[in-house]
Design a binder for this molecule. Structure first.
Ligand SMILES: [Mg+2]
Length: 303
């Protein structure tokens, strides 16, 4: 035996686990965007959708919470960047609460753009900017139970669990709990579009959800305005749903103006359109957390 007599056995040093590499985008534009972000992280921004991206999709949207580790991963990455934002269809204050963003060290400069940019919460000031809602929303809320009843898809108490009253700025009808969710979605699409148009609103389809909201509330407009405000030279955006296509389009436009861009799809088997447009597809919120962590590790390792 080669050990020194009387010396306590020394434990083998545990090697630090190698941090996983940042996943490579499969498109040239995405690889260029990621290179621009990594070259100058202090001039880069990251924006993310909430539900399906930072938080897992759950049958009752009121019970959604940030995926374990998501807020921490974002908080670790944020101080290394110019700015971070969450862009969501939810009211800004609700996203702040469900994400546990308020008071989180590292997220002291987070911006939450709620209701597709109609609302804004800044962690730095704690201020919530929330202008008056569109009058059509109240009218739609009053008529909705009748429209749903007449559709024959669902009745009575269903209304209470299926209708999400997004802070009076939008109304979302979820069909996830119907006996046949896809059939319910297709059946309701026409009547809800008619109802929305009658009150000057539009219908935005999502993952087994039809959202009625004012025109011009759009993640693309919200993202482009925020990126311009930050003066960022590179932007990564991650989303999971059809409403994120507008943000993807905004990044494609920013790219043509010389800003580096990375389009990330938080993949699910419910939406394929976004994956087709993305530079990088990750495995749902879990994959988004891994991506944020790998970016934080990669940027942090060079300091
Ligand atoms: Mg989403």
């Amino acid at each position: 035996m080669g050990s020194t007599p009387n010396a306590a056995p020394q434990p083998e040093p545990t090697p630090e686990p190698a941090s996983p590499a940042v996943p490579a985008p499969h498109t040239p534009a995405g690889r260029e965007g990621l290179a621009a972000l990594l070259a100058h992280p202090e001039r880069a921004v990251v924006a993310l959708d909430f539900d399906g991206t930072l938080a897992d999709i759950v049958p009752d949207p009121a019970k959604a919470r940030a995926h374990p580790g998501a807020t921490a991963a974002l908080a670790r990455l944020a101080p290394q960047l110019c700015a971070v934002a969450v862009i969501t269809g939810r009211p800004a204050a609700v996203a702040v609460r469900l994400g546990g963003f308020d008071g989180m060290p590292g997220l002291d400069h987070l911006t939450v753009l709620g209701h597709y940019g109609a609302e804004r919460w800044d962690a730095a000031t704690g201020a919530l900017h929330a202008p008056a809602p569109h009058p059509g929303i109240a009218a739609i809320q009053a008529e909705l139970p009748g429209v749903l009843d007449r559709s024959g898809v669902w009745r009575g108490t269903w209304v209470e669990t299926a209708v999400e009253r997004k802070g009076g700025r939008a109304v979302a009808v979820h069909t996830r709990r119907a006996t046949d969710p896809q059939h319910a979605f297709e059946t309701l699409r026409g009547p809800l579009t008619e109802l929305a148009e009658r009150h000057g609103l539009i219908v935005e389809p999502g993952r087994l959800v039809l959202e009625l909201r004012p025109p011009g509330m759009d993640k693309g407009v919200a993202l482009a305005d925020w990126v311009r405000e930050t003066g960022a030279t590179a932007v990564l955006y991650a989303g999971d749903d059809l409403g994120d296509l507008a943000a993807f389009a905004a990044i494609e436009k920013l790219r043509s103006d010389g800003v580096g861009g990375v389009l990330v799809c938080s993949g699910s088997n419910e939406v394929t359109e976004l994956a087709e447009r993305a530079d990088l597809v990750v495995d749902g919120p879990r994959g988004v957390v891994a991506l944020l962590s790998s970016l934080a590790d990669r940027i942090g390792s060079r300091r």
